[in-house]
Every structure is written in C-alpha cells, then in structure tokens.
Design a protein around this ligand. Structure first.
Ligand SMILES: Cc1ncc(COP(=O)(O)O)c(C=O)c1O
Ligand SMILES: Nc1ccccc1C(=O)C[C@H](N)C(=O)O
Length: 407
C-alpha cells in the first residue's frame, strides 16, 4: 500500500478522539487497513502474554489443580465462564447472572430458541424471523423444528415489515439486530415491546452489536439473546459465544442441553439434572479454558471505555466513510445500502456493486481488508476501539483507486 498524506481535517478529527489511545492496545499489521473486525476482531496486545501464562503456568505447572486453584479469590478455571459473563454483561445491559459464556453462537441460538419456545404461551406454533437473517439462525431454527417433529412453522418475512407479522400464533421472534449484509440496525427496544404486547418471546442475535455500541437488554426488557466473542469483543478466532436469559425466565425456561457443567453441583455426580442458579445452567460442558482466557483478557480492553463515546466514534467513522465514498457513486455503479439514519446503522458500511467479488479481491490485494457477501455486497466494518479517521480516509482512497483501475 502506498503512503498517502492524510488531510488535516481527518487528523483534526483524530486529535479530538477520546478513544485514540485504545489503538495502541491492539496489534494491527503494517501496510493494511483492517475493516473486518465485524468478522474477526484484531488481536489485543495483552492476549498473547495471558495465553502464555495459562498454557505454561496454569496448564503446564498447576495442571488439574487449576480447576479449583484460587477459588476463594474467584480465580479458578471452574468460575472462568462466570467471570467472562460478568464482563460481557456490562456491555449488553444485563446482570452477570443473566449471561452464560461458552460454545458457539449457533449452539447458543439453539439453547435460547428452545428456552423461548418452552416459555411461550400455549397453542403458539410459529417462529417468526427475518427472511434475510444470518444463515445459521435460519438453519438452527429449521433443525430445532425438525427435532420437534416439524410441529412448528418457520415464518420468514422482511425485517422492515416485522411489526405487521406479530400475530397471535407467534411463539418466538428471532431477529439479528444488525444485518450482516447491509449494516441496518433494528430498534431492539421498540420491537421487543411490540412483540411482548402480543405475547411473543423475543430472541435477539447481537453478533454485530455486542462491543460495537451500547446495548441495554434490561432496559428493553428483552427475553433472550446471543452473540459472538470473536467479532467486536476481539476474543480471537472461534472465541466462545454468549447467551442472555432474563432472570424472570430462569425457573421456567427448559435447558435443552443440560450438561454437567450447568448442574448446581457438578462433582456431586448426581443422577438427575438440578440446574445451577442463574444463566450458568446453560453452560453445558467443560469450559474452553484457553479460548475463554483469551476472551477474558480481550474484554479488559473495554474496562475503561465509555460505551456512549464508543458509539459516537463509530458513527463518526461510518459517516466519514459514507461522505468520502459518496462522489464515487456518481462515477461507478456503487450503491450505498447502509442507512444514513444514525438510529438505523450498526458499525459497518456496505455497498452494492455488480462486480463486488472482484472489487473486494482487488481491495484486499491493495491492503484494504473488507468482505464480499453474496450476491453483490462490499462490506466495510469499523471498530471504534482501533480505527482512526485517517484509516477511513485511506480506505476511501483505496476504493477510489481500485474502481478507477478497473475502468
Ligand atoms: C448474525 C450472526 N449470527 C451468528 C454468526 C456466527 O455463528 P457461529 O459463531 O456459531 O459461527 C454470525 C457470523 O458468523 C453472524 O453474523
Ligand atoms: N465466523 C466466521 C468464520 C469464518 C469466516 C467468517 C466468519 C464470520 O464471522 C462471518 C460473519 N458472521 C459475517 O457477518 O459475515
């Protein structure tokens, strides 16, 4: 990538950025503008040392004793999922005992959808979802329905019209707050209220929300949610995911994967499942200590972050990118598909382009790493913890250069 002179007004925006110092807490490879933190967050610098400690010290030296070592201080491996849950809870407006960490987002979607169906009113047999929802959400709903003898209907409708479909036959509403293609953000609070007024249980996928902007599940009175550890939470490839279950559902919601690590006393080795208090009951099997440790350490980057400042910066970055790329739409077949309205935008900007796949390949070649998504989407993710307006400017110039070179 050639070195460009960054204009003063970009540098001025960066000079006023209250989160500017956070960038130094990440390893960002040279010669690259990395706009894919919505798929795999960058590496926080503190993670490798933690992993070295966990592998050499806790695994290598302390061995099996690490499961209980430091339990009095809450430092044992057994409680690691709970410690990570508490850190995520702060970012999504939940109480610590309403969050469980482990497994993938897909598996957690299965768990909370099953739980939601278990607390839904009698006679309701529809799972309502966005026709363009992320595939895993659709597939998990299909799989769960098959397991239940295909007694349910998966009703797929456009997310923008969801209100019109909140009927008396709907058991659960399964929605992803920020669309992975367009970056369109749904009003979680308003939709939750409308659904609940119709007796519908809500399940939110926060994959592109958690760590990208403040989420207030308690304030919204949401029922259930899931999210990824490896995107905006920067927990590393395949990081454990999280689920949220509102306290009021803990007693009644079924635990579909009732494993021994969700038992009230795993080492009692009892014959029957007695759930642990709170959302811990949803932790099915042995905690993934190495990846949980990486996520635990990565979350400490958020410890002193004001989430409102994070949101303000995210919007400034995406506004700047939209403004800089706008003149190109007049010259090239580039169409903005991300809402300009702040309230309806996540932390990414996407465009349609007839040769999106090839354009993204050229951009990646030029060191601007974003994503191509079928059928014709160019997607650029912005992570307010480590991006600067200078990055945004370089990325926009890169888009211009690639489009010009292709004509
Ligand atoms: C909305 C959404 N849900 C779920 C997932 C992923 O689930 P998993 O981590 O199980 O692959 C993704 C991305 O992969 C996603 O964008
Ligand atoms: N988990 C992955 C593994 C491999 C490649 C991409 C992903 C993603 O996370 C994709 C992302 N969910 C998306 O919104 O497109």
């Amino acid at each position: 990538m050639t070195t460009l002179t960054i204009p003063d007004h970009m540098l001025a925006l960066d000079a006023r950025d209250p989160l500017a110092s956070k960038r130094a807490e990440f390893h960002l490879p040279r010669g690259v503008v990395y706009l894919d933190g919505n798929s795999l967050g960058a590496l926080p610098r503190r993670v490798p040392q933690r992993l070295a400690r966990v592998t050499q010290g806790e695994w290598g030296e302390t061995l099996i004793r690490s499961w209980t070592a430091g339990a009095d201080a809450g430092q044992d491996w057994m409680a690691l999922p709970d410690r990570v849950a508490a850190k995520i809870a702060r970012l999504i407006g939940a109480a610590a005992h309403e969050v469980a960490v482990g497994d993938s987002t897909s598996v957690n979607t299965f768990k909370v959808l099953a739980a939601a169906l278990g607390v839904a009113g009698p006679g309701r047999r529809v799972i309502l979802t966005d026709a363009d929802n992320f595939p895993t959400d659709l597939y998990v709903a299909q799989g769960l329905n098959a397991l239940l003898g295909s007694t349910l209907e998966l009703r797929r409708v456009p997310a923008d019209d969801i209100e019109a479909y909140l009927g008396e036959d709907v058991a659960a509403l399964l929605l992803t707050q920020v669309d992975y293609r367009t970056g369109r953000k749904l009003d979680l609070e308003a939709i939750t209220a409308l659904a609940q007024a119709k007796g519908i249980v809500t399940v939110w996928d926060l994959a592109h929300s958690a760590g990208a902007f403040p989420v207030d599940l308690s304030g919204a009175g949401a029922d259930f949610a899931v999210g990824c550890g490896y995107k905006f939470l920067n927990g590393g490839p395949g990081a454990p995911a999280f689920l949220y279950a509102a306290e009021r559902h803990h007693d009644a919601a079924p635990v579909a994967i009732s494993g021994w690590m969700g038992h009230a006393d795993p080492f009692e080795m009892a014959r029957d499942f007695t759930p642990a208090p709170g959302a811990r009951r949803f932790v099915a099997g042995t905690p993934m200590v190495l990846s949980l440790s990486a996520l635990d350490e990565a979350l400490d980057v958020f410890a002193d972050v004001d989430m409102e400042a994070l949101r303000a910066k995210s919007l400034s970055l995406t506004d700047t990118f939209i403004d800089l790329v706008e003149p190109l739409a007049a010259r090239f077949p580039l169409t903005l598909v991300t809402p300009r309205d702040h309230a309806r935008r996540g932390s990414q900007v996407s465009y349609r382009h007839p040769q999106a796949r090839e354009v993204m390949a050229d951009l990646i070649q030029a060191g601007i790493i974003g994503d191509y998504r079928t059928p014709d989407i160019l997607r650029f993710g912005f992570t307010p913890l480590y991006h600067s307006h200078a990055d945004v400017w370089q990325a926009a110039r890169g888009v211009q250069a690639v489009l010009e070179a292709r004509t």
